[in-house]
Design a protein around this ligand. Structure first.
Ligand code: EPU
Length: 422
């Protein structure tokens, strides 16, 4: 694949930014919003609470303005939470702004159990009264009180939820063992523009001085590092020469260092990574970890590359307990992979042959797509609605750099598919 491919705004930064708009009665304008299904689900979620959500069109199609002046119903229904687990991000902001929130419990999903107990515990430490009934979390608080929270385990949306809640609490909060993902720092930047007093976002300890009120703001969402990483691997796998433009190379350091070990050549400028994938590739192990470690959201895509590397790559998934759903489909395409608990042992290099495969979640579908790009023959990937949750117009972007790809609609009836709450 040859040419330039542009990266969209980060879905996982856009989702908390939209939830942050609930903290003020003034309009919040967000730019570089990706056109993906999870954003549309969030729009519905906020609109159901009474917020006005304007999505741009034409040249402003990546902009949204949210005004949460009249929050008539501070609730996130099961109908929406089951479509998108990140809906639980509204819990903290609703409680802080309205003094009450009712949010459906997300339950498990395709990649693991994914509880929200750490969000709940943290909010209780800020003085919230929380009960769980009929599958819903009901939270109330007159006004949250600043406090000290130490996360037992690092959680990205948990950190974001508590950070948002603490902005309107009475007094200072200190959050320990926080997620350091760039998406957390981006959220803090938006909140500070809204008048919050946050220090230390992007480090393990975040300090928040509560304020009485937040105001409107305008903010540009950071580029999607996972989308960028997926395209870098696409360039490498296909022996291409591609520019991945509009990204933030600093957010890709660990991935790029690993790809260099594998034998992928890259060069970078301020906002572009050039990938030259002329191989041969050699196997290298990865262990997924919280940022700045190797991202779990790139594990499946890396596995597609590992099938084309000489030798044995051991891929250890440390964040989610069930994130190997792509393995059996990759094996159907000719990959040699064995799963041992949290480890997948990939023996390469094996030629891949085209097959009809089934996507099980967002990043698994990206991995199958990458494998299909190098497989001999024509592959059909079904349930691609998973990929639309987090990749903007992926087939058009890939077509622009030479992939032969087209969307042909659903093959299996939609209702036969289990919902994914990634
Ligand atoms: N966990 C708990 N209790 C909690 C919260 C999390 O036990 O209250 C556990 C989870 O079950 C998991 C681990 O902690 O084993 C880490 O989960 P985390 O909370 O960090 O994940 P998340 O916030 O639900 C976000 C991204 C995911 C990404 C993970 C890890 C968003 C909207 N989602 O999820 O993105 O995989 O962090 O980096 O930011 C994706 O984009 O494909 C995706 C799944």
């Amino acid at each position: 694949m040859l040419g330039t491919i542009r990266v969209s705004g980060a879905k996982n930064a856009a989702l908390p930014a939209m939830a942050a708009a609930l903290l003020t009665d003034e309009p919040v304008t967000l730019e570089n919003i990706p056109q993906v299904r999870d954003i549309e689900t969030t729009r519905k979620l906020l609109a159901a609470m009474g917020a006005e959500v304007e999505l741009g069109y034409g040249r402003a199609q990546h902009r949204t303005t949210i005004c949460a002046r009249n929050l008539t119903s501070p609730e996130a229904s099961y109908e929406l939470v089951k479509q998108m687990r990140a809906s639980s991000l509204v819990l903290g902001p609703l409680l802080a702004r309205c003094g009450r929130a009712r949010v459906s419990l997300p339950g498990g999903c395709a990649i693991g159990a994914r509880p929200i107990d750490l969000h709940i515990k943290g909010l209780e430490q800020l003085g919230a009264k929380i009960t769980q009934d009929h599958g819903y979390v009901e939270a109330t608080a007159d006004r949250l009180k600043g406090g000290e929270i130490s996360f037992e385990k690092i959680t990205v949306t948990g950190t974001e939820d508590l950070l948002m809640a603490a902005t309107l609490a009475d007094g200072e909060s200190v959050l320990h063992n926080c997620a350091r993902e760039p998406e957390v720092a981006d959220l803090a930047e938006l909140l500070n523009k809204m008048g919050a007093l946050i220090e230390g976002a992007g480090t393990p300890t975040i300090r928040v001085k509560g304020v009485g009120k937040l105001h409107g703001a305008k903010h540009r969402i950071i580029p999607d590092r996972i989308e960028a990483g997926t395209f870098i691997i696409a360039g490498a796998l296909t022996g291409g020469d591609m520019n991945i433009a509009g990204c933030e190379p600093a957010h890709l350091d660990v991935l790029i260092a690993k790809l260099h070990e594998v034998g992928v050549k890259t060069a970078q400028s301020a906002d572009t990574v050039r990938v030259m994938g002329d191989g041969p590739f050699k196997a290298s192990d990865i262990i997924t970890q919280e940022y700045p470690g190797f991202p779990t959201d790139m594990q499946a895509q890396y596995m597609a590359l590992a099938t084309q590397a000489e030798g044995t790559s051991v891929i250890t998934e440390n964040i989610f307990e069930n994130r190997f759903m792509h393995v059996s489909e990759l094996m159907r395409m000719g990959a040699n992979i064995r799963i041992e608990g949290r480890r997948a042992i990939v023996r390469g290099k094996t030629p891949l042959s085209a097959a009809a495969v089934l996507a099980s979640d967002l990043r698994a579908s990206a991995s199958l797509l990458l494998a299909a790009l190098v497989a001999e023959g024509e592959s059909i990937i079904d349930r691609v609605y998973h990929i639309d949750r987090g990749y903007e117009h992926i087939e058009e972007k890939l077509k622009g750099v030479g992939a032969q790809i087209r969307r042909i609609g659903e093959i299996l009836p939609k209702k036969a598919a289990a919902p994914s709450r990634v």
